[in-house]
Design a protein around this ligand. Structure first.
Ligand SMILES: N[C@@H](CCC(=O)N[C@@H](CS)C(=O)NCC(=O)O)C(=O)O
Length: 206
């Protein structure tokens, strides 16, 4: 029952690694030798045709991609670890909402900033594409900031994998927004006994 996680230091694979560690799952890390912000080796297409990490090979040999799907699946496989609210509850509905929102609107904006030439055919629009991505990411993070009601985490007192995901994207943000609740959430993730050391391996003191 061992998972294999294809990852790159400093990448979004961090959050999949943190979820596996919190689940106390047996996993092997396959760290790709590639720098953040650059495409992964072409040979990696045989594992993931979209050539992105995180890519998780499940114990049955099937492949799972897309960070939200990976996190939701790990939480479902280890229900006693409390990585997400129980399925069928309104808290779980909120969890799903913000997981998908984060994947589609926040993580996607990171890609537009990091790989702008994929998003415009006009070489004169590279900078404008990046600026628009940063602005859109700031707007999406502000929606998340306003979704935090009591805190310190998105859904209240208990940290879920959504918080780890959001904290990672929040520290990657290159713009400026007023986000005291996201700052507190990120602090809680960074300080976590299991997640903290994995965070520091990927992101140092960020
Ligand atoms: N939609 C994907 C995005 C994953 C992603 O952007 N991963 C980055 C690393 S943080 C990557 O693999 N970049 C290489 C590339 O896009 O060529 C997900 O949710 O997992």
């Amino acid at each position: 029952m061992t998972y294999r996680l294809y990852n790159r230091v400093g990448s979004g694979g961090f959050v999949a690694e943190a979820a596996l560690a919190l689940a106390d799952a047996s996993y092997e890390l396959e760290e790709l030798d590639s720098k953040p912000g650059t495409p992964l080796p072409d040979s990696f297409r045989t594992t993931n045709p979209w050539r992105q990490v995180p890519t998780l090979v499940l114990p049955d040999g099937s492949t799972l991609t897309e960070t939200a799907a990976i996190l939701i699946h790990i939480a479902a496989c280890f229900p006693d670890k409390g990585l997400a609210p129980p399925p069928g509850t309104s808290e779980h509905a909120a969890f799903l909402r913000w997981m998908v929102f984060t994947n589609v609107n926040v993580y996607e904006a990171v890609l537009r900033r990091s790989y702008p030439s994929r998003y415009t055919t006009d070489p004169n629009s590279i900078e404008a594409t990046q600026e628009a991505a940063i602005a859109r990411m700031g707007d999406a993070l502000t929606v998340l900031e306003n979704a935090i009601e009591t805190g310190p985490f998105l859904l209240g007192e208990t940290m879920s994998v959504a918080d780890i995901y959001i904290a990672m994207l929040f520290v990657w943000f290159r713009g400026t927004i007023d986000a005291p609740r996201l700052t507190a959430l990120t602090e809680g993730v960074r300080r976590h006994a299991v997640v903290g050391p994995i965070w520091r391996r990927h992101f140092g003191d960020r």
